[in-house]
Design a protein around this ligand. Structure first.
Ligand SMILES: NC(=O)C1=CN([C@@H]2O[C@H](COP(=O)(O)OP(=O)(O)OC[C@H]3O[C@@H](n4cnc5c(N)ncnc54)[C@H](OP(=O)(O)O)[C@@H]3O)[C@@H](O)[C@H]2O)[C@@H](O)CC1
Ligand SMILES: [K+]
Length: 486
């Protein structure tokens, strides 16, 4: 059993691949072996989460996910705990493995009830796993709501019930994202839906148990990538070794966004950082950050530079985009640059030809910006974030950073997309996106390949937030850019 953290590197498998792994493993092992192992793993984790629990509510559904629950209840009872099972299904229609585990729970003396216990210290959600086909309703929805509202810890078996394990979406009306402590133990494969969209909040802390079946492989759909490699600086290096970043943005009243991106690029290690402001009346120097070289955006020669374009760009950025797209050696497109491209076919064609020419280009849309670029709704993007990121990457030939819970980084078709596991809700504050764009710009300026530059910067951006000292001032975009609480 392995706890999954932002340092974990592993491949992710969709439901179809997980089914193939399950079938291959089940065929190679004696009957009921997988479910016994799964139930034992659930029981072990339950005992670790709630070692002093008097009552453990085990909610079991109509399929093999419920079977894992029966098996866990049997194992818990054998170890002196008092699991109370509520079963929502038809015994005569249980799959054979689940039927065997139901009998084992009965033989162990587990208590069965029609309604959940009035008090319990841990709930085990074994209602639905990867066989979920429709939104939970009726009693099942009520039980899930009760678990959610109780404030007691919830341990989800394989996946939070109702969660789409491929996409991380929950059905409307099924809110599993607010309970006090949520844990999910998943079997045989790590599923992408546990790590993006609503999946992260619904699953909480994820544990993985391969049930002794690591030899069974299949085709992954994505990966979590762990901590990126450090790029140590050689002693005999100089500022020219780390490249030039030019931030293009900061239209009237929005200079702060461009300055934040510039600060992030500077602290991200770029050799020199220019900030090309679109507001002609902007101050000639930022006295708080004198290292930033402020220029009029229209006068900057971008050849040989990494441009970070769009931060606070407003509508003014549109007229500069043809030149930025054609001359920047490497490019990060964010915010208003993306909105401008979304409404301008000629700019889209230019971005596509830039992507096809192999010039390093990273775009950093949030879901609404991604929807505008794809000509669909935010709901469509969020319904399958991996697919949306892949589609954007394929359409423009660029690296895509689709922001949000479980940021997705997608590039060329032959590169597995990455779901990033660092970051938390403290990043939901103005300007953090500008900081990310600047950090990616710095990594590109240091000549890291575009996908790796994006992956590394996204990881670090979230990691800074994750390791922000609890007793420090709250994280702001400015302190995030400087990487130091102040
Ligand atoms: N085989 C093994 O040894 C191992 C199995 N493992 C475990 O098995 C899980 C997969 O099991 P599974 O395929 O039986 O699917 P599962 O998620 O239990 O649900 C299917 C049932 O639910 C029903 N149903 C669907 N949606 C519903 C809804 N909204 N509301 C109500 N009912 C609904 C559906 O009915 P139907 O759609 O056919 O009407 C069907 O009866 C997997 O996630 C893992 O936990 C692993 O531990 C490895 C070892
Ligand atoms: K479940």
């Amino acid at each position: 059993m392995q706890r999954i953290t932002s340092a974990t590197a592993a491949e992710l498998f969709d439901i179809a691949a997980t089914r193939r792994i399950e079938h291959a493993a089940a065929a190679a092992l004696p009957a009921h072996t997988l479910m016994r192992r799964a139930g034992l793993a659930v029981a072990r984790l339950a005992m670790a989460i709630a070692p002093h629990a008097r009552t453990i509510w085990v909610a079991c559904g109509p399929g093999n996910n419920g079977g894992d629950g029966f098996e866990a209840a049997a194992q818990l009872r054998h170890r002196g705990f008092f699991p109370a099972v509520t079963f929502l299904g038809d015994e005569s229609r249980l799959p054979p493995d689940a039927k065997a585990s139901l009998q084992r729970a009965r033989d162990a003396g587990v208590t069965f009830a029609l309604t959940p216990p009035s008090a319990y210290e841990l709930a085990i959600d074994a209602l639905l796993g990867i066989g979920s086909t429709r939104p939970p309703e009726g009693t099942m929805a009520e039980w899930l709501a009760k678990m959610h509202a109780s404030g007691q810890p919830v341990l989800c078996v394989d996946v939070p019930s109702g969660l789409n394990a491929d996409t991380g979406t929950l059905p409307r009306g099924i809110d599993q994202t607010q309970a006090s402590a949520r844990t999910c133990i998943t079997f045989l494969s790590l599923k992408p839906g546990l790590f993006t969209a609503q999946g992260r909040d619904a699953a909480g802390t994820v544990w993985f148990d391969d049930l002794g079946c690591s030899a069974f492989k299949d085709q992954p759909v994505a990966r979590i990538a762990g901590e990126p490699d450090a790029h140590p600086r050689t002693h005999a290096s100089h500022k020219g070794s780390y490249g030039d970043v030019a931030v293009i943005g900061g239209a009237s009243g929005m200079a702060g966004a461009a300055l934040l991106a510039g600060s992030a690029a500077l602290h991200g290690g770029a050799g020199r950082v220019f900030v090309g402001l679109l507001d002609p009346s902007a101050a000639p120097v930022d006295t708080a950050q004198p290292e930033l070289m402020l220029r009029d955006a229209r006068t900057l020669d971008l050849s040989g530079m990494t441009a970070v374009c769009g931060c606070g760009g407003g509508e003014a950025v549109q007229e500069l985009l043809p030149r930025v797209l054609s001359t920047a050696a490497a490019l990060v497109l964010d915010a208003d640059a993306l909105n401008a491209i979304a409404t301008d076919g000629a700019l889209q064609a230019q971005l596509t030809s830039r992507g096809k020419s192999g010039s390093p280009t990273v775009i950093t849309p949030h879901p609404l910006e991604a929807a505008r670029l794809l000509g669909c709704t935010v709901g469509d993007v969020q319904a399958d974030r991996l697919a949306a990121a892949r589609q954007l990457a394929a359409r423009f030939g660029v690296v895509v950073v689709l922001k949000g819970s479980g940021t997705v980084i997608a590039g060329a078709a032959e590169t597995l997309p990455v779901i990033n596991l660092t970051g938390n809700a403290s990043l939901a504050t103005a300007g953090t996106g500008d900081v990310l764009a600047g950090m990616i710009g710095a990594a590109l300026a240091m000549r890291q390949p575009a996908f790796e530059a994006a992956r590394k910067a996204v990881w670090q951006h979230g990691h800074i937030a994750d390791t922000w000292p609890a007793d420090a001032a709250p994280l702001t975009a400015g302190t995030l850019a400087r990487r130091t609480p102040a």
